[in-house]
Design a protein around this ligand. Structure first.
Ligand SMILES: Nc1nc2c(ncn2[C@@H]2O[C@H](COP(=O)(O)OP(=O)(O)OP(=O)(O)O)[C@@H](O)[C@H]2O)c(=O)[nH]1
Ligand SMILES: [Mg+2]
Length: 339
């Protein structure tokens, strides 16, 4: 393959390590009803064979209805498999009893995505708890929290309290965090609810896949798990943004990355940022440089700015940009939900 017009790696790795370096292993966990349903959608959309899945709930019937092989029913004796009915502290106690079972599973993976809808008892209790356990087990936790619709927050004090407590605990554990506000899905409000949740889950699928893909397949200019871990350790709260489009339109890509996320975060000040660009065989160094400049400016010129790049021949003119943006400030829930 010609290297003309292709970004050159600044270094070459030496040694024939191929085959000895295992790919990072990822686990995607659905917690509670909403988290498990999101997990089911992700599986239906397709996950690489290297990614394992696990659903956890206090609701046995819901768990049974899912085509997920690995499942944990929490508190069968105490709750009779009927869900927690919003009782977050009860679920926290049950989770503490199941600590070893969780830790054993997290330990086998390098990354653990944790999906949950906040507001109920199960997901709201398990999300911060599993983040902590996963980190202790040596697996990088990536919580994906869905905020309830505004009307739920306004009319249901238990949901509100569960959401606020869980978010507080999540944000006290800095790292890579994804918060998706359901309220932002209102722009699709003429579509059926099920379809709207699928739109959101398709976006989550894209985020999970792009991160796993970056870490699993070597790039021309590499961005690997070690770099990600180092970034996460020093960047406060980070979030993940993805955009896909034409290589010659970096401004549109930036705008898409910032808008498309139903993310409840603002980039307030420049923080350490990792950027990965996957382009096609026609990606020129000029386009790559331009992309990097536009994204750097869009993220307020962070001093620490590392990037990786990969060529996938079949992409031709299209690129996918994945950004892990650090130093971001969580917006208040009220702001995110427009309360
Ligand atoms: N069912 C469902 N709820 C969602 C979804 N996305 C967000 N939610 C919200 O998730 C919140 C929590 O609901 P559940 O997941 O059913 O609650 P749970 O974690 O199972 O907790 P308990 O049922 O109280 O034990 C609610 O406020 C929903 O609005 C989704 O895709 N499906
Ligand atoms: Mg439930």
């Amino acid at each position: 393959m010609s290297s003309q017009g292709r970004p050159q790696a600044p270094y070459r790795e030496t040694g024939g390590l191929d085959g000895y370096v295992p790919s990072p292993r990822a686990l995607v966990v659905g917690l509670g009803g909403a988290g498990s349903e999101a997990l089911r959608d992700l599986e239906e959309l397709g996950l690489p064979s290297t990614v394992e899945t696990l659903a956890v709930n206090t609701d046995g019937r819901h768990l049974q209805s899912l085509p997920i092989r690995e499942r944990i029913l929490l508190g069968q004796r105490e709750l009779g498999g009927r869900g927690s009915g919003g009782d977050r502290s009860m679920v926290s106690r049950l989770a503490a009893d199941a600590r070893d079972e969780f830790s054993g599973r997290f330990r086998r993976h390098d990354l653990t995505f944790l999906l949950a809808g906040l507001g109920g008892g199960t997901g709201s209790a398990l999300l911060p708890y599993c983040m902590d356990l996963s980190r202790q087990a040596g697996s990088l936790p990536i919580p994906v929290a869905f905020l309830p619709f505004r009307v739920e927050m306004e009319t249901n004090p238990v949901r509100r309290e569960n959401t606020l407590s869980a978010l507080g605990e999540i944000e006290r554990q800095p790292g890579l965090i994804l918060v998706l506000a359901n309220e932002k899905l209102r722009r699709f409000e003429n579509q059926p609810l099920k379809r709207i949740l699928e739109i959101r889950n398709t976006y989550v699928h894209k985020l999970v896949l792009s991160l796993v893909d970056i870490l699993e397949s070597p790039s021309e200019i590499n961005l690997d798990l070690a770099l990600l871990r180092r970034h996460v350790a020093g960047a406060g709260i980070s979030t993940l943004l993805v955009a896909e489009g034409h290589a010659s339109e970096p401004d549109r890509l930036l705008e898409q990355a910032l808008r498309e996320g139903f993310l409840d975060f603002e980039i307030r000040s420049p923080g350490p940022t990792l950027l990965h660009v996957e382009g096609g065989s026609n990606l020129t160094l000029r386009s790559l440089n331009r992309l990097l400049e536009v994204f750097r400016a869009g993220f307020h010129e962070p001093r620490e700015f590392a990037f990786g790049a990969r060529i996938r021949e079949e992409r031709l003119e299209s690129v996918r940009v994945t950004a892990i943006v650090g130093g971001i400030g969580p917006r208040s829930v009220e702001e995110a939900l427009g309360l």
